[in-house]
Design a protein around this ligand. Structure first.
Ligand code: NAD
Ligand code: TYD
Length: 355
């Protein structure tokens, strides 16, 4: 049997493919456009594994996707492919519309054509799992309950609006055409192989490089952090037993203010790799201009996933963040390879004033 994963050279998709092939003999066809965020180095350990078939290409390329589906006949498609960085979506939203909305539409159409041609039994067993975000729900006040699946969609950034649109398309392809879909809406992930444009890897690497640790605004924005391997286990569980057409919120009950996250990383680094001058890495914290339209708080109510499918995260924030810092300290080569020209350009554009 075979699954088709899209965006499997990115942060979460890469972890998903690695975890999948560590536990299963089932072939993974991995379709990735290798944008700045796609990194084959993450998949280096799979180079000689015949169960990993990497294809360089876009979810929006219908002839290619149709050919792949016809050739490999997957029993499921798991769609991670997306533009995923809020700050980039503010600077240049068009890639987000193209990939997250138009790309998802094209993928759905290719998959629908394939699915309609399957035997009755295969048709029934087939799944299209769309990986989405809690950011589609907008922002919460401190006293609001966490986002449940019934929360209305109120996206605030070009990124979250494009993901919200893709979720609606997936839903419509189920209701209109009967495509057997599942959607997961997850909170902020962190862990190994995370591209250092996002808060946690950026702070770890800037700290070690003696650079400022940029905190937007007052640093009191709250995110609900989930260790990436817990997200992967949730997706596997939803794929296995999720009810068709349903959405499942995925989170770890780990709400933290950004400043608290950065201070925690500094404290772990102070312990594992103290600065030569004996000062704390926290001395490098620099408050910078806030992100426009910055959502104040995200929090996930993951009780549906626990109640219906028995899923629970394995890591607490304390255990996961320590593992993450240790991973970055142990993998300087991966970090060095990822810091490509594109990445340097982004850092100069976004943080020029403090870099
Ligand atoms: P990422 O930016 O690290 O990786 C995205 C991957 O998709 C890259 O490998 C990129 O090359 C690939 N890609 C981009 N456009 C493509 C296209 N047209 N065709 C094929 N591949 C393409 O993102 P991530 O953090 O791994 O997120 C994966 C998914 O999970 C996204 O859909 C994102 O919205 C969702 N998500 C992310 C988080 C998070 O905290 N990172 C949380 C919840 C949900
Ligand atoms: P990020 O990792 O970009 O994820 P998202 O915007 O999808 O939640 O950012 C996490 C939080 O950290 C968010 O509130 C923005 C903040 N942040 C900073 O304060 N400084 C930074 O340099 C970055 C990249 C993010």
């Amino acid at each position: 049997m075979t699954i088709l994963v899209t965006g499997g050279a990115g942060f979460i998709g890469g972890n998903f493919v690695l975890d999948w092939l560590a536990q299963s003999e089932e072939t993974v066809v991995n379709l990735d456009a290798l944008t700045y965020a796609g990194n084959l180095d993450t998949l280096r350990s799979l180079r000689d594994k015949p169960q990993h078939v990497f294809i360089h290409g876009s979810i929006g390329d219908r002839p290619l996707v149709e050919k792949l589906l016809a050739e490999h006949r997957p029993r499921a498609v798991i769609n991670f492919a997306a533009e995923s960085h809020v700050d980039r979506s503010i600077h240049g939203p068009s890639d987000f519309i193209e990939t997250n909305i138009v790309g998802t539409f094209n993928l759905l159409e290719s998959v629908r054509g394939y699915w309609m041609g399957l035997s009755a039994e295969d048709k029934q067993a087939f799944r299209f799992l769309h990986v989405s975000t809690d950011e589609v729900y907008g922002t919460l006040s401190p006293q609001d309950p966490p986002f449940a699946e019934t929360h209305r969609y109120e996206p605030n950034s070009p990124y979250s609006a494009s993901k919200a649109a893709s979720d609606h398309l997936v839903r419509a392809w189920h209701h209109t055409y009967g495509l057997p879909v599942l959607t997961t809406n997850c909170s902020n992930n962190y862990g190994p192989y995370h591209f250092p444009e996002k808060l946690i890897p950026l702070v770890i690497l800037n700290a070690l490089a003696g650079k400022p640790l940029p905190i937007y605004g007052d640093g009191q924005q709250v995110r609900d952090w989930l260790y990436v391997k817990d997200h992967c286990s949730a997706i596997r569980r939803v794929l296995e037993a999720g009810r068709l057409g349903e959405t499942y919120n995925v989170g770890g009950w780990n709400e933290k203010a950004n400043l608290q996250v950065v201070n925690t990383i500094c404290a772990i680094l102070d312990e594992l790799k103290p600065r030569a001058d004996g000062a704390s890495y926290a001395a490098q914290i620099a408050f910078v201009q806030d992100r426009p339209g910055h959502d104040r708080r995200y929090a996930i109510d993951a009780r549906k996933l626990e109640r219906e499918l028995g899923w629970k995260p394995a890591e607490t924030f304390d255990s996961g963040i320590r593992k993450t810092v240790e991973w970055y300290l142990a993998n300087p080569q991966w970090v060095e390879n990822v810091a490509s020209g594109h990445y340097r350009d982004w850092i100069d554009q976004q943080y020029g004033q403090i870099a």
